[in-house]
Design a protein around this ligand. Sequence first.
Ligand code: PLP
Length: 395
Amino acid sequence: MLSEKMLELGTNRSVIRDLFEFGRKRKAEIGEDKVFDFSLGNPSVPAPACVKEAAMDLLENEDEILLHGYTSAQGDAGLREAIAAYINGQHGTTLTADSLYITVGAAASLSISLKALAEEGDEFITFAPFFPEYRVFVENTGSKFVTVDCDRRDFQIDEKAFEAAVTEHTKGIILNSPNNPSGVVITEEGIQNVCRILEEKQREYGHPIFLISDEPYRELVYGDVKVPYLMNYYDNTLVCYSYSKSLSLPGERIGYIAVSDRAVEWRKIYAAICGAGRALGYVCAPSLFQQVVKRCQGQVADVSVYKKNRDILLKALTEYGYHCVKPDGAFYLFVEALEEDAGAFSERAKEFELLLVPADSFGAPGFVRISYCVSTEQIENSLPAFRALARAYGK
Ligand code: PLP
């Protein structure tokens, strides 16, 4: 009667959502400030002022019919031009509006890109740890989801393991840097190695292998760390972007796909993107916020609070005896569980009112993810609980 696969996806809630729901109930029992919820990756800083200014101005001064009407299926031409110009200015590329497809966030960007590329028997590779929805998006195209573990010492890419995983069936790879859940930014050298391997494998197998760069956290980096722009390293690149984190607008659902104009038959790829958008029903992203985002190109929410939170947590947790992966970006701290089973560790942490996400579904058993996109006050108030938890394990 139903798709068993969809029923399963809709019935089994994610661990993150379960923890979040637990947190809501617990807060109602013992008080909002007594529970340290680090489960969700929901931005905790407001959108920059330009968002409200643009929205108000548009609502007051623009033609309402146009403002709330449909745009082209692939998004407003003016917005696509503005994004192309911004990317070109930042990264020296030569994109035009014809390379851009506006989406309802990075999740849609990924689903559309995969749908556009996938043929029967294809495989898509990603690096573990990874955003768990990748598995859902890849498998929904009928393709095989292949994962390659990162090097456990620094969570950078393990080249040899990656090289061994690429087969003649590999249609593409998904690379996410800054990474959810590790917070790691892949080094330029790591990127160059991946691209070299992809070039070699394309030659060996005689067909293109696409690099899908999932980069909703591009602007969330701390210190002078650089996030390489992948189109400048590899021709067959598609960038999946979102304004959810950079403009703190996750609920407004605006992102894009940029197809490199150096990709093989890029106009055909773009046409297939339009086709996939159509087949999935992802046409015409919200019109008002397309216009808002057009006026906010180059703006970023004040992410300094994330850096502050990261610094406080990293220092304290290291002192208490936790082993943390050094995060240069995003708003996640990836921490080794103090017992082998991260699920059991997460349960134990609940006794100290700490909600930490076990990373098994991210493809990294033995770790937990701490989303530090919360108030600095919550971070500071949670430190005694982290210390007590470490002590409970004899640290
Ligand atoms: N990719 C990664 C790595 C993410 O962490 C997220 C959301 O948290 C997404 C994609 C989806 O982002 P969006 O809200 O733009 O759909």
